[in-house]
Structure formats: C-alpha cells, structure tokens
Ligand binder design. Structure first.
Ligand SMILES: NC(=O)C[C@H](N)C(=O)O
Length: 470
C-alpha cells in the first residue's frame, strides 16, 4: 500500500523502480551486440551453443551462436582449455578478450570455457555441422530443429516481420486489438471449424449418460476455435475506427499441402469509412512492400542463409501490383487452356496468373457472389458480383483475401446465414459506417518474403492433419 501511495504521490519513484537497466542486466553479452559494436581488447563473456568446432594444432576454433543473429562468434580456444565435453551442439559459457584477426574478423580469444550442457552426439543428435539437412529431414525433429541455421534464420525473420507489420499499422493510425479465439460463429461458413468442448467434466459425463448433445455443455452454445477475427474486428471498427489483429486462427481442412496449416496466424485489418477496393489495395500493397524492404534491411544475413537467391530482391519490389477483374483472369486462364470451373480459381491457376504477370503480385477483384462469403458487398453495377479481392503472389498464390462489407441492413439481413449472427447485423443499426478489410496469412507472407517452399517451416511447431504430437 505504501508503495502504491508513494508511486501516486511521487511518480519519479515509480520510474526509479522500473529502471530498465537494473531489470535487464546480465553478466554476459549478446552476440549480435558484440558483433555490431565490437569493443576490441575488452574482457567479454558470451553464452550460447557450439555450432561447429575445428581442431587445429595448438588451438581449437569454435563457432558459437546464441540465436540473437545469423552470425556466429568465432571463439579461439587454447588446446589446454579443450575438454572432451566440448563438442558441437554443446552449450557453453566463454570468457575472454575480444580481438580481431589479421583479416579484420572479430573473434573471442578464450581464457575460460565452461561447458554448461554436453551434447551427446552419438546418442541420437540428428544434426551435423558438415551436412546440409533438407527441410523434410529437419521437420522430423520439431523439438530440436531451432538449433539449425535454416530454421533459426526463418524464426528471426518471422520476429522482424511481425515487428514491421506493427510499425506499418501504427504509422497508418490503426489500433491493435485482440479478437477471441473461442467463438460461436464460424465467419466464413466454410464448415472447416474445430469444435471445442470440455474434456470429460462431470457435467459432460452426466449429459452423455442421459444421451444429451454435449456440444453446448460449457458455453450453452456450440463453440469453435476461431477461423477469422473479422466479424469481431468489424464490431470494434464501428466504435473506434481503423483496427487490426494478428492472432492464431484454425481451420480443420484436410490438407497436407505445402501451403496449408491447421493452425496459422492471420493478420486482419478493418478500415473505417472505406468505400472502395482501391483504398484497401493501396493499404495491402504498401504493407507488403514495407515488410519486404524493412526485412531486407533488418535480416539480410538470415535471408541469405534461408536461400542464396534472396541476395537480390524479388522482381516486384518497385513495380505497381497488377489488378485484374475475375472475368479478365478467367479469360486469361482459358487462353492458356486452364479452364475455370464453378469452384473458382484453383491453386495451379493462381500461380499461372502470377506467371502471366511476370511474377508481379496480382489483385483479382470483383468475384462472383456465389464463390464468396455472405458479408461481402454487392457491386453497384452488377449484383451477381461482390466487391472482393484476392492478392496472388509468387510461391503461394493467394496470400490475402478481403472485401468491402455489406453495409445495407436489409441486404445483409437477407444473406445472414444464422440467427446467431444477429449481433453482427445489429452493427448496421447504430451509427453504421462503410468498412472494408482483409486477412493475410502470416506464414504465407513469410514464404514470400523468405522464399520458403513449405509453410511448415515458417513457424516453430506446425500443425497439420495427424501431426499434433507435441
Ligand atoms: N478479415 C478478412 O477479411 C479475412 C477473411 N474473413 C478470411 O478469413 O479470409
């Protein structure tokens, strides 16, 4: 209590208690900082993992990584400090003097090496510094694969991409909110939801014994893992203006393809007072370019580790994205003998369209109403079409889906798929505004930014059918 009073009366006291330096201090250096601003000649301590070891005549060279950056710190260890426990894969605490090689490379000349955790290589350690392991191989060891250069580089890029997304939206005056993961609506209505119910609680057991439907046992209504935060975003957008969310979404699709996950992160934004797809397209194109350019600045070395071809930026970086109407896209595909069926444009066709545009991302706009969701706004000049867009990019095809939202109360009422969504309809009653928004799959964006073929390598623990063992 005295503390609370002191803080209210003397705000400086609070500042002192929270002094960042005193909270974060540690007795060793982070390798990214050591390499960025090397204080040559200083006593320096680092902690990390030995990624490679080269034993020479009187000396041992260890490449030590602590995960903070793509680069490793070369540690020079006099032979008498080398123990049997010091192998690749082991974790170490090294003290020494920071030096420079004749070629100008920063290195740490060790005077003390402590092995913190041995790595019993012969006991099944799956990685070897002299082998290039294919991603499929690494995927068999999800719990260990962050020790590899490839996966750790992707995860650092993922961290930066997330930061650049937040920066972009802050600069565009968007407010970040969190939408619920447990929900009673299935937004897209595509029937690919995971149902949620408590596991064998007393109530459920009793209901089962009585032969009752247990789906609604906990919340009183059927509950799912969210497939999209859009409808909730729309609600807050009508109270606070521009909003976005970046959170987990779940789809029970039975796909093991290189582009699908059962759990993925979706960036969703809802733009207030938005009445044309052009506004959304501008926001999306700006976002992709911002993320790409900033990531190339912040993670150049990581991108190079992931794929050497990343040394040069993609062809589209300074080109305007292309826009095609759905009908134009269909005609182009037909000329290529890739006829579009009732189901719409498939993956092969998406990638063919990107190829047709010489690798420049392409917006496909004005979709047939029957192919898209109930909440999309009809085109004013053609009521068989809706104001929807998909953005197609190299590697992934569709990476963004978005639309203007139906803002006419009566029209929306007619299309509402269930009474459970009456709250959504009611949003149009009280101070309604036109809005539009989009959803972008974070993992697909990472595939595009990093040139990663398989989506399962863009997050630490991918989930896909029959793969949720840890
Ligand atoms: N927020 C959005 O527009 C995303 C859309 N609901 C989707 O799931 O694709």
């Amino acid at each position: 209590m005295w503390f609370k009073n002191a803080v209210t009366r003397f705000p400086q006291a609070w500042f002192k208690v929270c002094n960042v330096k005193s909270v974060c201090c540690r007795n060793y250096s982070v390798i990214s900082s050591v390499l960025e601003k090397p204080n040559i000649g200083d006593d320096t301590e680092v902690k990390g993992w030995v990624r490679n070891l080269r034993v020479m005549k009187g000396v041992v060279f260890a490449d030590v990584s602590d995960g903070s950056c793509a680069q490793r710190l070369q540690v020079v260890i006099p032979k008498d400090l080398k123990t049997d426990a010091l192998t690749y894969g082991s974790s170490v605490h090294v003290s020494g003097i920071l030096s420079k090689t004749p070629k100008g490379q920063v290195e740490l000349v060790a005077n003390k090496v402590k092995v913190l955790g041995e790595c019993v290589v012969l006991d099944g350690y799956p990685f070897n510094p002299r082998t290039v392991h294919p991603p499929e191989y690494m995927r068999q060891f999800l719990h260990l694969r962050s020790r590899t250069n490839y996966i750790s580089a992707i995860l650092r890029v993922r961290n930066s991409v997330t930061r650049h997304i937040h920066d972009y939206f802050a600069a565009h005056n968007y407010i970040h909110i969190n939408t619920p993961i447990l929900t009673s609506n299935d937004c897209e209505g595509a029937g690919e939801v995971f149902k949620v119910q408590p596991d064998s609680s007393a109530t459920v057991k009793a209901m089962m014994q009585e032969g009752k439907d247990t789906d609604s046992a906990y919340f009183g209504s059927k509950t799912f893992l969210s497939v999209s935060g859009q409808l909730h975003l729309e609600a807050v957008c009508r109270g606070m203006g521009n909003v976005y969310t970046l959170g987990p979404t779940f789809r029970a699709e039975n796909s093991r393809s290189r582009l699908h996950l059962s759990e993925f992160y979706m960036l969703e934004a809802e733009a207030a007072f938005c009445d044309s797809l052009d506004q959304l397209q501008e926001l999306i194109e700006g976002l992709l370019k911002h993320v790409l350019v900033q990531t190339r600045n912040s993670n150049e070395a990581d991108l190079f580790i992931i794929d050497k071809a990343n040394a040069s930026p993609p062809v589209w970086i300074d080109k305007k994205f292309i826009t095609l109407s759905y009908d134009e896209a269909r005609n182009i595909l037909e000329k290529k003998h890739l006829d579009v069926t009732e189901e719409g444009i498939n993956k092969e066709q998406e990638l063919a369209l990107v190829e047709y545009c010489n690798g420049t991302p392409v917006f496909v706009v004005r979709w047939p109403k029957n192919l898209k969701s109930f909440y999309m706004k009809e085109c004013a000049d053609d009521n068989s079409k809706v104001e929807a867009l998909d953005l197609l990019t190299p590697i992934t095809g569709e990476v963004v889906g978005g639309s203007l939202r139906e803002d006419d109360y009566e029209k929306l009422k007619q299309k509402l798929p269930s009474e459970a969504l009456n709250w959504y309809l009611e949003l149009r009653k009280f101070g309604n505004i036109p809005t539009g928004g989009f959803g972008l799959g974070l993992e697909r964006l990472l595939q595009v930014v990093c040139s990663v073929n398989n989506i399962k390598d863009t997050l630490p623990f991918p989930r896909w059918p029959h793969n949720c063992d840890m």
